[in-house]
Structures are given as structure tokens and as C-alpha cells.
Design a binder for this molecule. Structure first.
Ligand SMILES: [Zn+2]
Length: 268
């Protein structure tokens, strides 16, 4: 039971009014906390749902000793427990929706197909990639197309699949789509096994740190040799995100040949 909720940062609930969200949460029982893409879905009593996205630096802490810096939300539960939401960069969000239909509408608008489900097939990837000229890296990161793949996992998956991050999504071959599907699932599974990656200040609800960063194949390995071929890993920026690639294992797409233009150097 949520005995009390204090939302200290209006940005967390924007555009919802933090006072109204806090009122809507107070007195609710937390039935279940699930996940959809990168959203944490708190199922409350009265068909209410709190949809939390941690973004870059958000974390939920269960029973911390003190209020850490950057505390944005304080929740007091029965049994003397507390949940604190901290977020130095304040990109995380918490929205209250009423009813399952509203929950599904909220998530469907923001989330694409979920890896690790039967719907995540190479055919589905082909359908959503068709005609898209955006780099495959941006495509994989687009939560409205594929849910829950972050920057690290996108780099790791593209490396495993041998696909250059700049290749246009719509130009992937059938074999590449199959490889990409498998590689996304393999990378996510590795990350889950390692309890996530701790790069800056990512924490688990119990304050523990993950170890996936020790297993990165390419991500953050600029200047190091590729684990497969020894070629130096390069860092590029794709869609505004730091992107790591072995350009031997992940060949760069060939520049489209320009149509031959007749030379019009009259004097020559
Ligand atoms: Zn390589």
C-alpha cells in the first residue's frame, strides 16, 4: 500500500500535474510491477497504472538509509518501507493512467515489438524496415519499432550480426534480418544474465551494480582490437549516439554510385 507519495519534481509527471498524480497514487495497493519495453508498469488497485521510464539516469531505490542526492519522488509504503526515485539528469518519467485501455494506448503509442516474444520475427523486422533509409542503428533504437533495445545492446547486436550501423534499415537482406533478430535477443539475454551494465550511475533497486560492461564486444572499446579479427574498433556517431564498430566484421555499406553525369567542360 502506498501510504504517501511526494513528487518533488514537476518534470517527472509532465504534462500531468504532480499533485494530481500523487493524490491518485495515495492509498493504492501495488499489485504487481511488470515491464513493457523500457517501461516499468506498476499495476495498482482500482485499475490504475503507474508507468515509469528511468531514461538515462533514473533509479528506484528500495529502503535506502538516507535520501540520496537528486531524490525526485518519495514513496512511503506500509511495513515501514520506502521507495525513492532518484534521477540526476531528470529525463525519467512517471505517468498515472486509469484503466487497461489507457495503459495499452499509452504503451502502444511508444513501443514497438518486444524482443523475446513470438512476434519478434525476421518477417516482422522486414515489414517495419521496408523502405526505410535511416541507418539500421537508429532503426534498432527506435522504441516505437522495437521495444527496449538501448544504445549498448544495439551496438553489441549489430556487431554480432556483422551489420554496419550505417547500413540503411530497408536495405538489409533476408539473412541479415535473421541475424539481427537473433543477435538482438542474444545481446539482451547476455545483459540480463550480467544484471545490466553499470557505466555511470545505473543501480538496481537494491543499489547493486551490473557487470555487463565487462563483457562488451565492441561498445566503449574504441581503439581496442576486435575480438574476432583484431581490427581496431572505431567510434562513430550515428543518430546522435556514440556507436562502436569493427569495420572489418561489419563492412561499411558502399556509397551509392552517382549517375554518370556528362562532362560539360566546353573548352576542354
Ligand atoms: Zn572484427
Amino acid at each position: 500500500m502506498l501510504l504517501d507519495v511526494e513528487i518533488l519534481d514537476w518534470r517527472w509527471t509532465r504534462p500531468q500535474d504532480p499533485a494530481i498524480v500523487a493524490d491518485g497514487l495515495r492509498g493504492q495497493e501495488v499489485r504487481r510491477v511488470g515491464r513493457a519495453g523500457k517501461y516499468l508498469v506498476w499495476e495498482l488497485s482500482d485499475e490504475r497504472f503507474l508507468l515509469v521510464h528511468l531514461r538515462m539516469t533514473g533509479a528506484l531505490l528500495f529502503d535506502p538509509d538516507v535520501d540520496p542526492p537528486h531524490t525526485r519522488v518519495r514513496m512511503r509504503l506500509d511495513g515501514g518501507h520506502r521507495v525513492i526515485y532518484v534521477d540526476p539528469r531528470r529525463f525519467g518519467t512517471g505517468h498515472l493512467v486509469l484503466g487497461e485501455a489507457a495503459r495499452d494506448a499509452y504503451l502502444n503509442e511508444r513501443l514497438g515489438v518486444e524482443p523475446m516474444t513470438p512476434a519478434f520475427t525476421a518477417e516482422h523486422l522486414r515489414d517495419i524496415a521496408r523502405g526505410r533509409t535511416a541507418p539500421v542503428k537508429a532503426f534498432v533504437l527506435d522504441q516505437r519499432r522495437i521495444a527496449g533495445v538501448g544504445n549498448i545492446y544495439a551496438d553489441e547486436a549489430l556487431f554480432r550480426a556483422g551489420i554496419h550501423p550505417l547500413r540503411p534499415a530497408g536495405a538489409l537482406t533476408r539473412a541479415q534480418l535473421e541475424a539481427l533478430r537473433d543477435a538482438i535477443e542474444a545481446s539482451l539475454r547476455d545483459g540480463i544474465d550480467a544484471k545490466g551494465a553499470t557505466i555511470d550511475d545505473f543501480r538496481h533497486v537494491d543499489g547493486a551494480h551490473g557487470s555487463f560492461q565487462d563483457r562488451f564486444l565492441v561498445h566503449l572499446r574504441e581503439g581496442e582490437p576486435c575480438v574476432n579479427c583484431g581490427t581496431t574498433i572505431r567510434k562513430l556517431v550515428v543518430g546522435g549516439r556514440g556507436t562502436y564498430v569493427c569495420e572489418h566484421c561489419q563492412p561499411r555499406p558502399r556509397a551509392r554510385r552517382r549517375p554518370a553525369r556528362p562532362r560539360t567542360n566546353g573548352s576542354a
